[in-house]
Design a protein around this ligand. Structure first.
Ligand SMILES: NC(=O)c1ccc[n+]([C@@H]2O[C@H](COP(=O)([O-])OP(=O)(O)OC[C@H]3O[C@@H](n4cnc5c(N)ncnc54)[C@H](OP(=O)(O)O)[C@@H]3O)[C@@H](O)[C@H]2O)c1
Length: 253
């Protein structure tokens, strides 16, 4: 099936590694012109080389630390200058560490800033341009809605789900869809999960919690993001879709 993505443009945050990198490669393979963002320039350059070698359109690079207060505005301006317009926004920059009742307040604030506040701010900076063009796709890489305890990711990812749902209702009439894709409570093999979980944990958790029986690969996650970015996905909006090997337990989330 032709996903009708050739000639579209996309800004992908968190593109240097893991899920964001796989989504960037998936979009580029469909002929999407990318602006790829994260902090590590060498990894972005390596990705741009790979995409160009595979005959995709060479991505523009925007080295960005999302924790900087002006990052959303500056990244939007840089991406617009490079791409002309932003048809597709992939909000994937983020990260979670192990936290507990004893974690410092600054850690809680930082995890909220990176995983929610900057996502909202970047989306709000980009969405007026999508409305102007009467077309857009916003895809958030979020996380689990099923906390097992005091987990760093629960509140910011739930906030992403809530704001995305509200926004989807306002912008649908302008041809803009907004969806969130959740890898949790399943797990995708990335730098983050390699850092957080031992091989022993992975094995036991997969056997106990993931019906598919293993962690997923970033490409298995990226597939759905590429489909949702397509003009063909025009009737899918306001959703949280789990790409988690069947791990979430509630039937109606
Ligand atoms: N893998 C999972 O199972 C899982 C589960 C739940 C949620 N998630 C979510 O999925 C998203 C992608 O995670 P991943 O698993 O692919 O992790 P990853 O391999 O560690 O990738 C994280 C990406 O975010 C970027 N990033 C982190 N901090 C940043 C900052 N301050 N400024 C700009 N970019 C920043 C990183 O780039 P630089 O280091 O180059 O800046 C990297 O490209 C995250 O939002 C994460 O919370 C993943």
């Amino acid at each position: 099936m032709d996903l009708q993505l050739k000639g579209k443009t996309a800004l992908v945050t968190g593109a240097s590694a893991g899920i964001g990198r796989a989504i960037a490669k998936g979009l580029a393979a469909e002929g999407v012109q990318l602006c790829i963002a994260s902090r590590r320039r060498p990894l972005l350059e390596q990705l741009a080389e790979e995409i160009a070698a595979e005959r995709g359109p060479r991505p523009y690079i925007a080295v960005t630390d999302a924790m900087q207060e002006d990052a959303p505005q500056k990244l939007t301006e840089d991406a617009l200058a490079a791409l002309g317009q932003i048809d597709i926004l992939i909000n994937c920059a983020g990260g979670i560490t192990h936290m507990s009742l004893a974690s410092a307040e600054k850690e809680w604030l930082d995890v909220m800033t990176l995983n929610y506040t900057r996502v909202r701010q970047l989306t709000f900076a980009v969405v007026p341009h999508m409305i102007e063009h009467n077309w857009g796709r916003i895809i958030n890489v979020s996380g689990s809605s099923e906390p097992r305890g005091v987990e760093a990711g629960t509140a910011p990812k739930a906030a992403v789900h809530g704001f995305a749902k509200g926004l989807s209702r306002e912008v649908a009439k302008h041809g803009v869809t907004v969806n969130s894709l959740s890898p949790g409570p399943g797990k995708i093999n990335t730098e983050m999960t390699r850092r957080l979980y031992s091989e022993q944990f992975k094995k036991e958790f997969s056997e106990r919690e993931i019906p598919v029986g293993r962690f997923g690969e970033p490409e298995e996650f990226a597939y759905l993001a590429v489909c949702l970015a397509s003009p063909r996905a025009s009737y899918i909006t306001g959703n949280v879709i789990h790409v988690d090997g069947g791990a979430h337990r509630f039937a109606f989330t």
